[in-house]
Write a protein that binds this ligand. Sequence first.
Ligand code: NAD
Length: 423
Amino acid sequence: MSDTSPSQGLFDDAISRLDLAFPYADIGEEALAKLKKPKEILEVAIPVRHDDGRLEVYTGYRVRHDDTRGPTKGGIRFHPSVCLDEVKALAFWMTCKCACVDLPFGGGKGGVVVDPTQLSLFEIERLSRGYIDAIADFIGPDRDIPAPDVYTNATIMGWMADQYAIIKRVKAPAVITGKPLALGGSLGREDATARGGVYILQEVAKDMVWDYGEVTVAVQGFGNVGSHAARLLAAEGFRVVAVSDVSGGCYNPQGVDVAAALEHVKASGSLRGLPNSEPISNADLLELPVTVLVPAALERVITHANVDRIRAKVVCELANGPISAHADEGLRQRGTMVIPDILANAGGVTVSYYEWVQNKAGLYWPLGEVHGRLRRTMTEEYRRIRQLSTDHRIGMRIAAYAHALRRMGRAVEAGGTRAMYTG
Ligand code: NAD
């Protein structure tokens, strides 16, 4: 199968990993079959009045992949390349991710086909509220719980939670996570995805006996996940030599000044023209001879087209699905360690789970408690997956899927699928 198109066949590519993990998962074939199909799919039209009076009708999706282990959970993406196949793949990854770190959730995902950079703030607010109008009966605190993803953020989650409360005539903050603190958000949610990845890289560093100062890192994507990852890694003493966003990248072999990069983006809107660095394309950044490569933008950036030129020793997938199944095999054969997305970026949904728990309890936790719990979860699950990988001589990706599949399969089987028919 070709893996060049950004999202063509993405869902099939994603579920092909289940078959590879199945022999190590110790579960029945029926559970596997159930996980290969999304439970529910919703496509909606969202009419939005633009500031100039024009009406534009956007297409939106929400997919609930599997809810055997709990309500479905997953972000909402605003991007022009959103399509049903992509949302299905993202929902599937969420099911696997929640099982991988043992959260009582299944997987869901949503998206709107839109370029939000072309909309005013008021237009984005109307689109966000219109999307919730369209999907309000599909979601709910015990049914399906959205969160931020690419080009959505805490402000948008706040509008969406407010719209849900208006429609349902009840305050239900647990319906959406990643909200602003003032509306029931959790301390530590903003940088949770990146922080979870950094906790794992610290474990990898222990295993590899790395001296932090000698570890070079390239980060692709400088939004919520990528910018916090660069900031936290630099603060820990890792040498971040390249960062990038949609406008291109910046490279300095001595180390990019991440604090200056954050200020530059705040002032100018992008990384373009960052002082004390040389420009580098997104494609070239991926091929730098660094210790750790952190894809933190979009999916399928490493495919059969460039896999032979990837020189990083470790790829830590903070983006969802940045490596195609084909390229994955190429990296495995070359001995590159891949920390798979369903583990590496699970810190975000983990702290979203803490937010949901706090909303339900009406009791809010200090930052230290969030960080302590997050570190414990990320470290323990990494250790379990690493052990599985060593025991069976399989890569970290297949080990992570086998680990998740065991939990998902046991839940499916305990739910009675098999007993019903075999008596
Ligand atoms: P974001 O919108 O905050 O940032 C996206 C970044 O990617 C921006 O810097 C943007 O300029 C850059 N970008 C966009 N198109 C690009 C391209 N073609 N080439 C290079 N860079 C490009 O999004 P985010 O929340 O940081 O999400 C990034 C990735 O992390 C996505 O794959 C998302 O699914 C995944 N993720 C996010 C979270 C979360 O909590 N936000 C959790 C888990 C996984």
